[in-house]
Design a protein around this ligand. Sequence first.
Ligand SMILES: NC(=O)c1ccc[n+]([C@@H]2O[C@H](COP(=O)([O-])OP(=O)(O)OC[C@H]3O[C@@H](n4cnc5c(N)ncnc54)[C@H](OP(=O)(O)O)[C@@H]3O)[C@@H](O)[C@H]2O)c1
Length: 327
Amino acid sequence: MNLRKKTISPKLFTTKQAFPLQYSNGRLDACRNKCERNLKLDKNSVVVVLGGAQGISPELTAQLAAEYPCRYVLAGRSKQIEDVEGVYASLKTMIDIRKHLITVEKMKVPAEIEKKIQKIYKSNQIAQSIAKIEKTGATVSYRSVDVTNTDNFKAFLKSIRKEYGKIDGIIHAAGLLNDKFFVDKTWESFEKVYQTKVNPLHVIADEMKDDLKLLVLFSSISSSYGNKGQSDYAAANSVFDHTAALSSLNSDLRIVAFNWGPWKGAGMVSETLEAEFARRGVPLIPLKEGGAYFVNELKYGKDARIIVAGGREKVENFLKNLMQNGE
Ligand SMILES: NC(=O)c1ccc[n+]([C@@H]2O[C@H](COP(=O)([O-])OP(=O)(O)OC[C@H]3O[C@@H](n4cnc5c(N)ncnc54)[C@H](OP(=O)(O)O)[C@@H]3O)[C@@H](O)[C@H]2O)c1
């Protein structure tokens, strides 16, 4: 069987799909009202978002919650620190935090200061993500868990089922980069990047119950096209792609891997990386627009693998030409 042919969504290149793209008024749009919703979640449904409190996920989860205001459990390694007086919450930037630690808390050791800056900054991000998603009317909580620790992650899933009674959906968006040429990688660093993605997948499979309707895997186009220094990352994402592809052939559970291109506005694409993409002419995915696409795909889509990259204009022009040529 040609797995690639069978599973990669060809929707951008045809108008005859179950989930068609409409082209009208010079805009390319996914069908909204006309299609039947494939994803059904009510207010009691439970969606777990691994890596949900930072990066691109809070925006994507907020947009999903606007459509499905159910119960969301966000997870990451970071811990929320106690901030009874709301002092830390008022510190908006890392510079503000550093100033506070040096002048108010009288911290002196640079390494300790840097460590605490990270902790406060991440904790503030978690609080902001919760607030952002809660605005939709959804119920949101956050838990700290390292998904590379099998026992802890197992216990995490069990505790959620115990507290909420079920897990309807899991969005696995936890990820890590440690780009280096293959020859310079150590086994430990390879494992860290690889297992952040793959270990929780194994645990989810081991702990699988009938309650699960949706498993979303945040993959990357680097699994298909490669990227300098990312052999570990590409290998892990490739496991996502093949899991989604194979599982979707015979299952009621929808497993879908999104092969994201690079995003703009949040997440792991640093300014340096962004400049490199610009140099190479690789367009980035805008947060709002990419989020809307993500939600539409989950609502109406059925595919197992979806490649999403920026450069809407390029795709629109491509389709326009295709249609004008009557193909
Ligand atoms: N942003 C992009 O351009 C892009 C492109 C292609 C694919 N993706 C994929 O999309 C996903 C999200 O990307 P992002 O840019 O939002 O990444 P990000 O900003 O680096 O966030 C990654 C998230 O994963 C969590 N995480 C990392 N290691 C973890 C562990 N061992 N246990 C639990 N949580 C862990 C982090 O929380 P803690 O630090 O608190 O653990 C954080 O919430 C990733 O899987 C990434 O591979 C992103």
